[in-house]
Design a protein around this ligand. Structure first.
Ligand code: ZN
Ligand code: ZN
Length: 300
């Protein structure tokens, strides 16, 4: 199964899939948030306000922010039921109908299923932020499309940006998800939470339906800085990577398996995977500033 975006038709569009406005606990209006992302060089944003009773279950309408090469995806962060450790679930849904109604649903899995059935790309948000368990992640197999492995506000507030550990365990056990990175921008003062994670989606056009279809097909990669220009896998032999100048390019798999180069400023590498015994691979690129880019897992 090769979902890599690089040889797919279309163009790459950069977007943030997870952010909040004054419709829930964000500091800026939806129009201001869209303007901020547009000015930041993004092609699209999805405002995902907390669909909770205290905010009136908002599905924020951002259609007025579309135009001139910028677009929006209607979304929400959904909450129902609790994780193993007793926290309310956080599920990001991108590509919801404006009349989506999450009320009266008892579990996180059910609200995620309803969003998926309504056409959305569904992500288990920030596992590290509230210490989701392996069983928690496994319970979304076949329900959520992706695990959010990078979350800006979780890093800003709690030093828990990175959820790769639980994602790798899920992949090792055979649970198939894509991954995302996002800001979860709220715009609160004294928190750096802008431009910390985004996706590059390879889509036919920069338009919501096209972007959501590409996300569901896995035709994207995630980044907090560098770009990945190409990845090609010859199973059992080699992974070819072309990217922005990197101080680390690494292919990882189950357990400690890794093939890497650490020559500073590398833009192209052929990494030997002949000794790998892993059902999946993934590629990470890290630049001199420590910013990273990640492919989705590649099932081999
Ligand atoms: Zn959340
Ligand atoms: Zn959020």
């Amino acid at each position: 199964m090769n979902n890599l975006p690089f040889d797919k038709p279309g163009a790459f569009y950069r977007g943030n899939l997870h952010t909040h406005s004054t419709r829930s606990d964000g500091a800026f209006s939806a129009v201001d948030v869209c303007g901020r992302y547009r000015a930041g060089g993004y092609d699209f944003v999805s405002i995902t306000d907390h669909a909770m009773e205290r905010y009136g279950f908002p599905i924020t309408d951002t259609r007025s922010c579309r135009g001139d090469g910028f677009t929006t995806i209607i979304g929400a962060e959904l909450h129902a039921g609790t994780s193993e450790l007793g926290n309310l679930w956080h599920i990001v849904a991108n590509g919801l109908p404006l009349d989506f109604d999450p009320r009266g649903i008892a579990t996180g899995q059910e609200v995620a299923r309803k969003a998926r059935d309504a056409g959305a790309f569904v992500t288990v948000a920030h596992p590290a932020w509230y210490t989701l368990s392996e069983a928690d992640i496994a319970s979304f197999t076949g329900v959520a499309h992706a695990i959010e492995v990078g979350n800006g506000v979780a890093g800003a507030m709690q030093d828990r940006y990175d959820s790769w550990y639980i994602a790798d365990l899920a992949f090792h056990r055979g649970h198939r998800f894509f991954i995302t990175a996002a800001d979860d921008f709220h715009g609160q003062p004294h928190r750096r939470e802008f431009e910390l994670g985004w996706v590059w989606v390879k889509a036919a056009e920069n338009e919501s339906d096209s972007l959501v279809a590409a996300l569901k097909a896995g035709h994207y990669y995630s980044s907090s800085g560098p770009r990945i220009h190409h990845v090609a896998v010859t199973p059992g032999k080699v992974v070819h990577v072309a990217c922005d100048p990197a101080d680390l390019i690494v292919v990882t798999g189950t357990g400690a398996q890794a093939a890497y180069t650490t020559a500073p400023g590398t833009t192209e590498a052929d990494l030997d995977i002949r000794r790998f015994d892993s059902t999946y691979l993934r590629v990470t690129v890290r630049d001199a500033a420590g910013r990273r880019a990640w492919t989705n897992p590649i099932w081999v």
